[in-house]
Design a binder for this molecule. Structure first.
Ligand code: GDP
Length: 425
């Protein structure tokens, strides 16, 4: 059985947030599908094979289940990344749950409907993410729909959400003719093949002549915005030196993380596509890995002493620190029974050991530990800091409570959580 100590630099704990109907479910399913395909089969050579695989899975009755946290893998530049997708309940009524889930994730993808743009619930979740300092990237979805307008949505991100959108891609074609995107970092066009509806397959080609001028204009705007927000890039910009692709990736990552953590305008990279028509989700996954934080970017988490709520205790994301884990969701699994989803902030969580529920002051025995994948669960013996897993056997722990090392108790979530709900007009 695996005892995993993940390379935290290769972990992304993310949420997908949206106004209802914007395409959160579809985007999530596509993510689980593409990550499942790439992980299990290694490579898929043509779109038809992808779809056959999906159909077979459906015929066998395997449907992607929705777990409070689902683990998937995505390869990028010879590395294998672990992406834990934390379910953020979409409905406004579940605000306490939304806020708790926002607390345990490190970054998020905000999905917008390319026709409706920024909607009231998009604003609600955006403000909540601001409050919890969650760095974000945006995905303007449904570009295949009549009336979809990428640039209008970008303007709304700026006007309604008060964020600074970094346009990372330009669409090629619109509505039924939407056929690709221009990547403004690499200055290449990603064009989906005719079989794109059977699976996301695209060719990376030169930017079409008709789009070169717009691409250069937007690339210029992107470089300017990045330089404005990042000292390293500003130096290059002032010298008139063109940054390399890697320098741009690194700068956009720094900006997304630093601004997302709060204190000023949220600068957010914006991507586009149509999840339903399988266009744009794979580049979005690349962006999740490239720009969203790792658990190490959360330098430390603050909790408080069990007896004195004023006494702050700080824990670093390291296996060497005493255990501190937050239970954020309890679900009933048809096969396993009660499962408690926890995020381990520091230390290790080991199956078969006793830990302290520091809020109740009671001991809990850790039963089996599972990593939940879209279509299977994997039992693991122990997990370290930064990880998100489901635990069996916890009898007394409810959501929001902390599991700690017995000798070093800490409470991560204050009693007055959550903070007041933000009303949307
Ligand atoms: P959620 O409420 O945000 O989870 O939205 P869903 O993923 O359930 O999508 C809502 C509706 O929009 C469904 O009927 C989807 O099939 C449809 N949909 C999702 N993505 C797209 C898209 O890219 N293009 C089009 N035309 N429809 C989409």
């Amino acid at each position: 059985m695996a005892t995993t100590s993940l390379d935290l630099a290769k972990v992304r704990n993310i949420g997908i947030m949206a106004h209802i109907d914007a395409g959160k479910t579809t985007t999530t399913e596509r993510i689980l599908f593409y990550t499942g395909v790439s992980y299990k089969i290694g490579e898929v050579h043509d779109g038809a094979a992808t779809m056959d695989f999906l159909e077979q899975e459906q015929e066998r009755g395997i449907i992607y289940f929705r777990s409070a946290a689902t683990t998937c893998h995505w390869p990028l530049e010879d590395n294998d990344y672990t992406i834990n997708i934390i379910d953020t309940p979409g409905h406004v009524d579940f605000t306490v749950e939304v806020e708790r889930s926002l607390r345990v994730l490190d970054g998020a993808v905000t999905v917008f409907d390319g026709v409706a743009g920024v909607e009231p619930q998009s604003e609600t979740v955006w403000r909540q993410a601001d409050r919890y300092g969650v760095p974000r990237i945006c995905f303007v979805n449904k570009l295949d729909r009549t009336g979809a307008e990428f640039h209008r949505c970008v303007d709304m991100i700026s006007d309604r959400l008060g964020a600074q959108p970094l346009v990372m891609q330009l669409p090629i074609g619109a509505e039924a003719d939407f056929k690709g995107v221009i990547d403004l970092v690499t200055m290449k066009a990603l064009v989906w093949s005719a079989e794109a509806t059977k699976g996301e397959m695209y060719d990376t080609v030169d930017i079409p002549d008709t789009h070169v001028e717009a691409a250069e204009e937007y690339r210029g705007k992107l470089l300017e915005a990045v330089a404005e927000n990042d000292e390293e890039l500003m130096e290059l910009y002032l010298e008139g030196t063109e940054p390399t692709v890697e320098q741009l990736y690194a700068a956009i990552r720094r900006i997304t993380i630093a601004s997302g953590k709060g204190g000023g305008t949220t600068v957010t990279p914006v991507f586009c596509g149509t999840a339903f028509k399988n266009k744009g989700v794979q580049p979005l996954l690349d962006a999740v890995v490239r720009y969203l934080p790792t658990p190490l970017d959360v330098e430390a988490i603050e909790g408080h002493d069990v007896k004195d709520a004023e006494k702050v205790i700080v824990r670093k994301p390291s296996d060497e620190e005493p255990l501190a884990a937050l239970a954020f969701k309890i679900m009933s699994d048809p096969h396993l029974g009660k499962l408690t989803f926890v995020r381990v902030y520091s230390g290790r969580l080991q199956s078969g050991t006793a830990v302290l529920n520091s809020v109740k002051g009671r001991k809990e025995r850790i039963g089996k530990i599972y990593r939940m994948h879209a279509n299977k669960r994997e039992e693991i013996e122990s997990v370290g800091a930064g990880d998100i897993v489901a635990v069996m056997g916890l009898k007394q722990t409810t959501t929001g409570e902390t599991l700690s090392d017995e000798k070093n108790p800490v409470i991560l979530e204050s009693m007055d959580f959550p903070a007041p709900v933000i009303e949307v007009a």
